[in-house]
Design a protein around this ligand. Structure first.
Ligand SMILES: Cc1cc2nc3c(=O)[nH]c(=O)nc-3n(C[C@H](O)[C@H](O)[C@H](O)COP(=O)(O)O)c2cc1C
Length: 167
């Protein structure tokens, strides 16, 4: 993946109604599942939500999740809590997968934004209820996907004084 894909990514919260092609969704899921994980445990599972009513229900869980209603596809990143080799690292694994998904979405010409659920217990609970999720699977976070309605320029955040070199 080229540097400009990483440096030009920004969160997108305004989407066109254009549907996202299934091939693009698959490419995003492939990128997510290619992420590194502790002990290579790959604890993730994903829900691909296209249903407008369900997206609306999820968006209503917290005022911070407005984009969930507007996007074409809502990816719900979940954690398979029954088969963990390292529970303590499993949220980091899901975060790694989420970032891969965000970058692949951008590489595919889509807009995306991550919406945080874990570690906020009420959000995780309400999301599990909305999805009628099976026991043993815990929602982790949301990724809104769609064609962007606006172009956003990134602000480059590199600061040399945040880097401590020890020779
Ligand atoms: C853990 C986490 C939780 C986030 N939760 C939300 C959220 O609930 N709603 C939202 O609109 N954006 C959310 N974001 C997106 C951030 O607001 C965004 O990444 C940040 O402002 C930096 O902007 P950028 O992504 O355009 O670089 C979240 C991002 C992270 C990493």
């Amino acid at each position: 993946m080229k540097d400009d894909i990483i440096l030009s990514r920004t969160s997108c919260r305004d989407f066109l109604p254009t549907p996202v092609e299934d091939e693009k969704i698959t490419a995003i899921l492939r990128a997510a599942m290619q992420a590194p994980s502790a002990l290579n445990q790959q604890p993730w599972e994903f829900f691909v939500v296209k249903d407008s009513f369900l997206k609306g229900e999820i968006a209503a869980i917290t005022p911070y999740w407005g984009p969930a209603k507007e996007c074409s596809v809502l990816l719900v990143v979940c954690k398979d809590i029954k088969n963990l080799k390292s529970n303590s690292f499993s949220d980091i694994d899901c975060a790694m997968a989420s970032e891969n998904a965000l970058l692949e979405a951008h590489a595919q010409g889509l807009g995306a934004v991550y919406l945080g659920a874990a570690p906020k217990e009420e959000r995780v609970r309400d999301l599990a209820l909305a999805l009628d999720i099976k026991a043993g699977l815990a929602p982790f976070g949301l990724i809104c996907l769609g064609y962007p309605a606006k172009k956003k320029e990134p602000v480059i955040r590199y600061l040399a004084n945040k880097v401590h070199v020890i020779d």
